[in-house]
Design a protein around this ligand. Structure first.
Ligand SMILES: *[C@@H]1O[C@H](CO)[C@@H](O)[C@H](O)[C@H]1NC(C)=O
Ligand SMILES: *[C@@H]1O[C@H](CO)[C@@H](O)[C@H](O)[C@H]1NC(C)=O
Ligand SMILES: *[C@@H]1O[C@H](CO)[C@@H](O)[C@H](O)[C@H]1NC(C)=O
Ligand SMILES: *[C@@H]1O[C@H](CO)[C@@H](O)[C@H](O)[C@H]1NC(C)=O
Ligand SMILES: *[C@@H]1O[C@H](CO)[C@@H](O)[C@H](O)[C@H]1NC(C)=O
Ligand SMILES: *[C@@H]1O[C@H](CO)[C@@H](O)[C@H](O)[C@H]1NC(C)=O
Ligand SMILES: *[C@@H]1O[C@H](CO)[C@@H](O)[C@H](O)[C@H]1NC(C)=O
Ligand SMILES: *[C@@H]1O[C@H](CO)[C@@H](O)[C@H](O)[C@H]1NC(C)=O
Length: 385
């Protein structure tokens, strides 16, 4: 164990040194979660972000801010879509978004729009107005799709309960690496937090603004600086395997349940859920487990395979940790690829840095006063798991 500690400490110097990447970058802006006070949210409920569309006085939306998806869906009639002209005629491209879990299917037109965050914040020196651009889905029709395949044209062959010109929808996907066969259109141009145009009316420059964000209980800080990344430990993200798409895959992590062999794959720190989903290779456990029983020890080590992890989330099902990162439930499926969706209570224990420009992922333990502070920090080395 002593030698493992020594190995860990020697290696720890490596990721921490990365902080100097941001010394020349000073531009950043914090967008607080809607309704959060200065002490931030406790993650019990989903988080929301407020923005206005097309101009600072445009229509306001406050959708759930979901790191489990990438892309915006808003009703076409509220985003300046002209129903009397075709989609292509207004510079758009016909498109759709399919939510596989609920089978909800939205169709409309991908159009580029400006989004303005922080307009309604009271203190603009604390929370400057941020203008971002994104290609969003101006949603015209919604339905339930019972036969969807993204590789087909059209992808949906069985639409039910079609609703034309539907309005009651606003979605804001702020994740990365969410391209998949079911969401091939979920590319970085769809994420407003990855396409910042101006802060406080000043166009951002790539010499002072380092693209990426820090997500914590207060909100999302856009633009990485030494100050807002201080204390985070970093490791590299891998590019997605999608041809023609410049995006980063989800952060790598290794999962252990009780005494299973560590299984490594991608992690999703999904703000949209309060439960956890794990996929482990067949044979890791005798059977899939819809809900892990109380007493099960779960350990998720974040880092590059073969190197000591930069952070470890640990909890025992049924025994709340401090801070309480325990998901509502943990479901385990046996299939590849290995994957873990931690759910949003993860953010009670860690703030998360996404370095979009350089392709790094950073984690920093949340300060909690006293009890339990070091509980989740047990030092673990990869080859020990
Ligand atoms: C910051 O800028 C200075 C002056 O241009 C340069 O010498 C230095 O290498 C830069 N630092 C980093 C980490 O890029
Ligand atoms: C919406 O549905 C109508 C009726 O099926 C169809 O004519 C129209 O093309 C659809 N619009 C879009 C943008 O998919
Ligand atoms: C606004 O925020 C700035 C920076 O934190 C602070 O100095 C100032 O006192 C605040 N103004 C008000 C009216 O709260
Ligand atoms: C959809 O809305 C547009 C614009 O208001 C209108 O012209 C069109 O008739 C509507 N279509 C349906 C099917 O309600
Ligand atoms: C920064 O922007 C300039 C001007 O648009 C561009 O030429 C340059 O390649 C950019 N540098 C980086 C590192 O993206
Ligand atoms: C893990 O071990 C605990 C304590 O022995 C036990 O209660 C629990 O059922 C085990 N979980 C699994 C998934 O085997
Ligand atoms: C598991 O633990 C939780 C929290 O302590 C408790 O509410 C629940 O009843 C326990 N479940 C079982 C099956 O013992
Ligand atoms: C998780 O969310 C569901 C609703 O989506 C709620 O019923 C449940 O109580 C939540 N669990 C916890 C532990 O907060």
């Amino acid at each position: 164990m002593v030698s493992n500690f020594a190995k860990l400490l020697a290696a720890a110097a490596l990721p921490l040194a990365a902080a100097s990447r941001y010394t020349n970058f000073t531009t950043s802006a914090m967008i607080p979660w809607a309704g959060a006070d200065s002490s931030g949210v406790d993650w019990q409920s989903p988080v929301h972000l407020s923005f206005r569309i097309n101009s600072p006085s445009g229509r306001r939306f406050t959708p759930l801010a979901d790191t489990g998806s990438q892309g915006i869906v808003l009703p076409a009639k509220y985003v300046g879509y002209d129903f009397n002209r075709g989609c292509e005629e207004q510079g758009g491209r016909h498109g759709d978004e399919y939510l596989s879990s609920s089978r909800v299917y939205y169709e409309g037109c991908w159009v580029e729009r400006a989004l303005f965050f922080n307009v309604d914040e009271r203190n603009h020196s604390l929370h400057p107005v941020v203008e971002t651009h994104a290609t969003l889905l101006a949603m015209v029709n919604s339905s339930r799709c019972l036969d969807y395949d993204a590789t087909r044209t059209p992808p949906c062959l069985d639409k039910r309960d079609m609703c034309i010109n539907s309005t009651g929808v606003a979605m804001l996907g702020i994740g990365f690496g969410r391209e998949s066969s079911a969401a091939s259109q979920a590319t970085p141009d769809k994420n407003p937090l990855r396409n910042v145009a101006a802060i406080n009316s000043q166009p951002v420059s790539n010499t002072s603004f380092s693209a990426g964000y820090v997500l914590d209980s207060r909100g999302v800080a856009l633009g990485l600086t030494d100050a807002n990344t201080a204390g985070a430990a970093f490791y590299a993200l891998q590019p997605v395997a999608y041809p023609g798409v410049a995006d980063w895959m989800g952060a790598r992590a290794c999962i252990v349940i009780n005494d299973t062999a560590p299984a490594c794959g991608n992690a999703l720190l999904d703000t949209g859920l309060n439960q956890s989903y794990v996929s482990l290779p067949i044979g890791t456990l005798p059977n899939p487990i819809p809900k892990l029983p109380n007493g099960s020890r779960v350990q998720i080590a974040f880092g590059e395979p073969g190197l000591p992890p930069v952070a470890v989330e640990e909890f025992v099902v049924g025994t709340p940790s401090v801070p309480n990162v325990n998901p509502w439930h943990v479901s385990v499926a046996l299939r590849t690829p290995t994957f873990v969706n931690t759910g949003r209570f993860f953010y009670r224990g860690f703030s998360v840095v996404f370095d979009d420009l350089n392709g790094y992922f950073g984690l920093k333990k949340v300060e909690s006063d006293g009890v339990g502070e070091n509980e989740g920090q047990r030092l673990v080395v990869q080859d020990d798991l």
